[in-house]
Design a protein around this ligand. Sequence first.
Ligand code: DC
Length: 229
Amino acid sequence: MKKIIIAIDGFSSTGKSTVAKQLAKKLGYVYVDTGAMYRAVTLYAMQQNLISEKYFYTEELINSLAEIQLEFHFNAEKGFAEIYLNGTNVENDIRTLNVSQFVSAIAAVPEVRKMQVKQQHELGKKKGIVMDGRDIGTVVFPQAELKIFMTASAETRAKRRFDELLAKGEKVTFEEVIQNIEERDNIDSSREDSPLKKAEDAIVIDNSNLNPEEQFQKILQLAEEKIQA
Ligand code: DC
């Protein structure tokens, strides 16, 4: 059967990764969470004291990019690949609000993006991949056979992220979460290098009023149409 590239872009907390994982599992495709890659670089910068609320040593980060090794290893129990930073599984550590607060600044650095896009091209070169992020359909794989652009209201997204963080035991307020989401949307959409925007040929899915199963079925149908075309 023909293998395709499925690019899923969109705003923060629109459920991109949930649907991308479901889709990859159903189709037997590889799932790559590119947000996790930017988050892992952010975690590295935090560990090395290169970024905080008061400073961001951009040049130092750029100079140490060669020391950052990112890998994905499939976790059979969880059913998806987890991210490793220099040999350590950081799948949980990259999901904190703290990392979320700095990740958009890190993702706006062109040198960081260049390094990530190179690795993303490698990961997708055999096709049979579902990749989610912000620039997959526009920059990483503009030739992707299926491009989805996901959106939902900021309140809906903040509520989802807030519930997720609470379930993990993080002490955050709803206001902090919605503020972070709005700030990230703003930085991600207005940065100069590869801003978040809908590819011309992307299909928009607003999931404010769709449940996860309805959303999955809708996108699966679109994928099957492309695979059979
Ligand atoms: O999808 P996420 O929330 O885990 O992504 C974290 C951040 O990384 C997001 O604020 C923007 C950035 N990002 C990006 O710039 N390009 C991508 N392809 C994926 C994520």
